[in-house]
Design a protein around this ligand. Structure first.
Ligand SMILES: Cc1cc2nc3c(=O)[nH]c(=O)nc-3n(C[C@H](O)[C@H](O)[C@H](O)COP(=O)(O)OP(=O)(O)OC[C@H]3O[C@@H](n4cnc5c(N)ncnc54)[C@H](O)[C@@H]3O)c2cc1C
Length: 382
């Protein structure tokens, strides 16, 4: 009997939704992945198709054009992409941006952006990191100065996921540099017809090759005051902190899904590949390594499922979510490295899923808050 990694939180409706997701991924995403990795982005079409299929903003209420589901629907989509190393479409950042609108936006901002994001007509990005500062967000220098009914925005951001394709960017900036954290705000910037806004290069990364990660430049960009998220200055840090459990758990669940995908691919490979006149699956080392991997996944599943259930119930705290991000991303690195070894030289070839998974995995320990920052957050709760 095969080891069962069934999720505790699933149900027949979610299983059916998963079938829709898998069909979409296999028919629409997989065939273009190689080309997307060469291009450095997935293009707008696939976003619109995903929107039309009901795969975007699934946990945004239907009153705002979303799917009316909950976090489990989001997880299903991310899991099925990650287990196949389809990391081009950053639907999770898109969803995180939608949640900023949902939780902090004015009625008008929600009405204007959420339905279009759910349809995939505009892609969302959030720009915090700058060339000079990442972990220490208080050090950002991007400045928005109010002049009449506009802000004048100046600064630059880097490493921005979805940055090349984004139609809307939430820009974290200082509206009052003298006030430190409470002088930080988030401006909503429409990227189309936006004088002074420029997207830099699509950055050349070691992994996530199909995902557009870009620099963004703001040079005297005029942003109407109505584009201040929530309509009140100085709320940026409070808004950024609000959804941290959601954002961190996404990385945890995607890490675990990638581990499952790696395990399945490795199991298939070792049963087929022969050495010394027998499948390499027969060697005790292979069995023991895969037993360790399966154990990590099974143990991780119990914790991650509990986190998913707690998040849906509105009771996942930031420290526990940080543990999910920390443990998940670190375990993903360990497990995929172990699996790759069992592929021998083929594991080093990009045409093999495991090679792509290896390079895709490395960033999980860095973005969304590094492992070291996760430890800081966890230790503050002790
Ligand atoms: C592919 C990719 C996608 C990304 N997407 C986005 C995005 O969409 N939006 C966005 O805003 N940013 C994004 N980022 C940026 C990412 O969140 C940052 O790279 C990350 O937060 C780390 O910041 P940094 O690179 O400036 O590293 P630094 O902050 O300079 O850290 C360097 C090292 O110092 C360590 N360190 C820092 N502070 C401490 C401390 N207090 N204690 C112990 N160690 C510490 C770090 O853990 C790290 O090991 C992305 C990055 C990449 C590579």
């Amino acid at each position: 009997m095969a080891i069962d990694f069934k999720r505790s939180w699933t149900d027949p409706d979610l299983d059916q939704f998963r079938d829709t997701v898998v069909r979409f991924i296999e028919e629409e995403m997989l065939p273009d992945d190689e080309a997307a990795r060469k291009r450095g982005h997935v293009g707008h079409d696939i976003w619109r198709k995903a929107g039309a299929t009901g795969l975007l903003c699934t946990d945004i209420p239907d009153t705002w054009g979303g799917g009316g589901g909950d976090f489990r629907h989001e997880v299903v989509f991310y899991e099925e992409m990650c287990r196949r190393s389809l990391t081009g479409m950053n639907a999770s950042v898109h969803s995180i941006v939608a949640h900023y609108f949902l939780n902090h936006g004015t009625e008008e901002q929600k009405r204007h952006y959420l339905p279009r994001m759910a349809r995939g007509e505009i892609v969302g990005a959030i720009a915090m990191t700058e060339p000079g500062t990442g972990s220490d967000l208080q050090g950002i220098r991007t400045r928005a100065q109010r002049v009449g009914d506009h802000y004048v925005l100046n600064g630059s951001k880097t490493f921005i996921s979805n940055g090349f394709l984004a139609g809307v960017v939430l820009v974290v900036c200082k509206t009052d540099p003298a006030q430190g954290a409470s002088g930080t705000s988030i401006l909503i910037v429409d990227t189309e017809n936006c004088p002074g806004f420029r997207v830099g290069r699509v950055l050349d990364k070691m992994g996530l090759k199909a995902q557009d990660t870009s620099e963004l430049f703001f040079d005297d960009v005029q942003v109407p005051v109505t584009q201040l998220l929530g309509g009140k200055e100085g709320q940026g840090f409070y808004q950024l902190m609000g959804d941290l459990p959601y954002e961190r758990l996404i990385i945890g669940v995607t890490a675990l899904a990638a581990m499952e995908g790696a395990y399945e691919a490795t199991l298939a490979y070792v049963r087929e590949r022969q050495a010394f006149g027998q499948p390499i699956a027969n060697f005790q080392n292979t069995k023991f390594k895969l037993a360790e991997v399966a154990t990590e996944i099974k143990v991780g599943r119990a914790f991650m499922d509990r986190c998913v259930e707690d998040l849906v119930a509105g009771k996942l705290d930031t420290a526990t979510a940080s543990m999910a991000k920390l443990w998940g991303s670190e375990a993903q690195g360990r497990v995929i490295d172990t699996c790759l070894q069992l592929f021998g030289g083929y594991g080093y070839m990009n045409e093999y899923l495991i090679a792509r998974m290896y390079t895709d995995a490395r960033i999980q320990r860095i973005y969304g808050g590094t492992s070291e920052i996760m430890k800081e957050v966890i230790s503050r709760a002790m």
